[in-house]
Design a protein around this ligand. Structure first.
Ligand code: MGD
Ligand code: MGD
Ligand code: MO
Length: 746
């Protein structure tokens, strides 16, 4: 199932942070969640970079930073507008960069006028002087890097957060520079790969979308007939329609009003492969949906935590999957580098590798031949009867995903990187010796077999064959108000300034060349991203330009509800007094097939009964649901108890002592029983809980429901049972980072 969490990716990479003079970590806790990458940040600090951490919680990263600034959760957009307000007034922006490479910054400056620093201070809880000081320091440091993660995405305004941060970095001229960039730390191992592969319900692989052109492109590469593919769907409309998300599928089981978005049918079966799902908010709704469906299947090396939460007694299957040690293939790291992984051991006992289970599923569903056809075609081309897994699948993937430039990759090239790991520099990613002129893992775009990969995106000061590029041209050459969306810059070694993406239609004009008849025939009707030859791309590279165009970044998204980012109060806000001025969005119909409430949910005085701001995050000893790590004896020993952090003054108000049992009540009427941990890491208004527990449900242990021999060593209540309703307006990512709750001594 698609993972709707954590859109994005790094423009730069972790080693590159050593070139930073200033690192702003906002909404991430790498000391806990990316401890290996954190080493690079600490090295940067040793070489003089200032590290500032902005977080509502005094995290371990905050403890390692030079400065910790506590923010009220859900108010980052307001903070950044405050910074922009100051940047504008004091001319701290990079005017040349903006003129050459950015569209719409004047409107951002105008919007920032609505956020004078006193107002920003009131919204965020950060002192005015602190904002001024950090803005000055960040603007003066060249380059400055920005790092974030789920502290910014898991909000109703998650998309606004992730737009305002690049805007800030562009105003300061920090994107496309070593030691700068916007660096979104990825979650799971290979979550970057999962999103590149389109394990999402709104796109085919490679971010091609779901339109007819995208389907035709992949049908061509998969060697299946487009009409056959269409016949698998109820209609063409359904074929091109965004599916349910990890967060919205429950509403497709429980709420009749949504069935119309799903060809008039409720969801009846669920197959979960490689996802915890007990970590998704509204766990009670997940339970109800699972109890009600006709069939539920978990494909997992462990007993999926939700399998013991549902009370269904039949048509519940646990298929044992092999672990990552028992399989092989390419995985993508947080910086777009692909890495090869060899199998460490053969699958143990009856477990099987995920792809084998999927092949069998395809067989039962009657389309195994079509499912594997392109793999056999690749084998045939090389004179083999059978395909080689995962090598041939890697070829298929690299050859079809041209939108982001995977075609320069191959199993052979990736294996050679793995085998020569020691020949790459971990700060620049540059290879030496036989690995010369290649960057480790060929971070995409990697346009051709000779292209080295792109460690730092959007650097237009280096040649394309060294990883140079401008911003992608995706929204036409002109904005609706008639301004050019093409960059004013040329890449070095090129005579061509801003230009649109290369296609068969425009290549002769843009490059000033003539294609031969043969080339014309081979590329007919294609763009740099479609078809199955690399001719257009190779010609662009020869001319020194980047195939996907050289455009301006846009700060105004004219076709969105919030054309430019705005501060909106969290759905369940701790500051009821600010809601009328900064209300949430209007309710939205058909968001990932569900009607989702915004305004109608916010319009209620929640704080009266739920007076505390609820924060959630992670523990270093556990991963995700904790399914795997709580089944590891030593990790379970290190972190064995689910808890809620409460400020000592707040705890005193409720007569709660350290280690007491407390009930935490969520706005949806749910409650969990956890241990109180008195701590100054939260402020008096907030509590914090880790997301890594499961196995207890509203005070009741589920241990006796695990099949024998599979009981985890540590169990605890899942925070997601009390995390309230609330979803990002565009991605439907749950709002887990702010919300309201009530605590009560048990
Ligand atoms: N040990 C361990 N490592 C992991 C994981 C794990 O479970 N355990 N999970 C992996 C996954 S899937 C992911 S996605 C990443 C997540 O990595 P992170 O995003 O670093 O994880 P979190 O701890 O959830 O949240 C980060 C910080 O955001 C802060 N925050 C909350 N709300 C706000 C806000 O409104 N504004 C700001 N500025 N900050 C806010 C939180 O207090 C927290 O300190 O970690 C990955 N790494
Ligand atoms: N309150 C709150 N809730 C949150 C968050 C938060 O910060 N606060 N963060 C959210 C985020 S970012 C995420 S990513 C989710 C956590 O993400 P989840 O996906 O819910 O958590 P994991 O425990 O990582 O689940 C992975 C599952 O895959 C299984 N698995 C491991 N390896 C394999 C394999 O090779 N094959 C197969 N088939 N299965 C495998 C594991 O045993 C486990 O059951 O939590 C989200 N929920
Ligand atoms: Mo994640």
């Amino acid at each position: 199932m698609a993972n709707t969490f954590g859109y994005g990716g790094m423009t730069n990479h972790l080693g590159d942070m050593r070139f930073s003079k200033y690192i702003l970590i906002i909404g991430a806790n790498p000391a806990v969640n990316h401890p290996v990458g954190m080493v690079h940040l600490l090295r940067a600090k040793e070489s003089g970079a200032k590290i500032v951490c902005i977080d509502p919680h005094f995290s371990k990263t905050a403890a390692k930073a030079d400065e910790f600034i506590r923010i009220r959760s859900g108010t980052d957009v307001a903070l950044v507008y405050g910074m922009i307000n100051y940047i504008k007034a004091n001319k701290l922006y990079d005017e040349k960069y903006l003129k050459e490479r950015v569209y719409g910054y004047e409107e951002i400056f105008k919007e920032a006028e609505k956020y004078p620093l006193d107002e920003v201070s009131n919204i965020t809880g950060i002192a005015k002087e602190t904002i001024i000081n950090m803005t000055k320091e960040m603007a003066q440091a060249k380059p400055a890097a920005l790092i974030w993660n789920q502290g910014l995405t898991q909000h109703t305004v998650g998309t606004n957060n992730t737009r305002i941060m690049p805007i800030l970095q562009m105003l300061l001229g920090n994107i496309g520079k070593n030691g700068g960039g916007v660096n979104i730390l990825r979650g799971h191992d290979n979550v970057q790969g999962a999103s590149d592969m389109g394990n999402l319900s709104d796109t085919l692989p490679g971010y091609y979308g779901l339109g007819e052109g995208a389907w035709k492109h992949f049908c061509n590469h998969w060697k299946v007939d487009y009409e056959w593919m269409k016949s698998r769907f109820a209609s063409k409309e359904m074929m091109e329609k965004t599916g349910y998300a990890l967060s919205t599928w429950r509403f497709g089981v429980l709420d009749e009003e949504n069935f119309t978005h799903n060809a008039n049918t409720p969801l009846k079966a669920l197959v979960v492969i490689g996802n915890g799902i007990s970590t998704t908010s509204l766990l009670d709704k997940t339970k109800m949906a699972l109890d009600q469906m006709e069939l539920v299947v978990f494909i997992d090396p462990y007993v999926n935590d939700v399998a013991v939460i549902t009370e269904r007694t039949d048509n519940l299957f646990l298929l044992p999957a092999a672990s990552q040690m028992e399989t092989s293939g390419s995985v993508a790291a947080t910086n777009r580098s692909y890495q090869w992984r060899y199998q460490v051991m053969k699958p143990m006992f009856e477990c099987r590798e995920d792809h084998e289970i999927l092949f069998d599923l395809a067989q039962r569903l009657g389309f195994k031949e079509e499912f594997q056809r392109s793999l056999y075609e690749i084998a045939k081309k090389e004179g083999r009867e059978n395909f080689i897994w995962p090598d041939d699948a890697t070829t298929e993937m690299a050859q079809s995903i041209r939108s982001i430039g995977l075609q320069g990759m191959s199993a052979k090239r990736l294996k050679s990187h793995c085998d020569h790991w020691h020949l790459f520099n971990n700060v620049t990613l540059a290879g030496t010796g036989p690995m010369k002129d290649q960057f480790y893992g060929l971070p995409w775009p990697c346009w051709s077999e000779k292209h080295p990969g792109t460690p730092v995106m959007y650097n237009d000061q280096i040649p394309v064959m060294q990883g140079g590029m401008g911003f992608r041209v995706r929204w036409g050459e002109k904005s609706p108000d008639g301004q050019s969306l093409l960059s004013q810059n040329k890449l070095p070694n090129s005579q061509i300034a801003g230009h649109p993406a290369i296609s068969a239609e425009n290549i002769e004009k843009i490059l000033g060349i003539k294609l031969t008849e043969k080339e014309k025939e081979a590329t007919k009707g294609t763009t740099f991203a479609t078809g199955d030859t690399n001719i257009l791309v190779e010609k662009a590279l020869e001319a020194g330009i980047c195939p996907y165009g050289n455009g301006k970044a846009r700060m105004v998204v004219w076709n969105w509800a919030d054309q430019i980012p705005r501060h909106r109060e969290p759905l369940h806000s701790f500051r009821q007094d600010l809601i009328s001025k900064y209300p949430t969005f209007a309710d939205k119909k058909n968001l990932f097939r569900a009607n989702v409430k915004f305004k109608s949910e916010q319009d209620h005085d929640w704080k009266k009964d739920y007076p505390l701001n609820m924060l959630t995050g992670r523990l270093v000893a556990h991963m995700g649901t904790g399914t795997e790590t709580r089944s590891a004896k030593y990790l379970a020993e290190i972190a064995h108890t689910m808890f809620v952090e409460i400020h000592p003054n707040t705890a005193a108000n409720y007569n709660i002592g350290d280690g007491d049992d407390v009930w935490v009540h969520g706005v949806g009427g749910t409650k969990i029983l956890v241990k109180a941990k008195l701590s100054y890491r939260v402020d008096e208004h907030s509590v914090f809980m880790p997301q890594n527990f499961s196995g207890v449900y509203s005070g009741k242990s589920l241990l006796d429901r695990y099949p024998s021999g599979t009981k985890p060593y540590a169990i605890g209540e899942a925070a997601s049972l009390v995390v309230g309703y609330g979803f990002d307006y565009n991605t439907a990512c749950p709002e887990t980072k702010c919300g309201l709750c009530r605590i009560e001594k048990a």
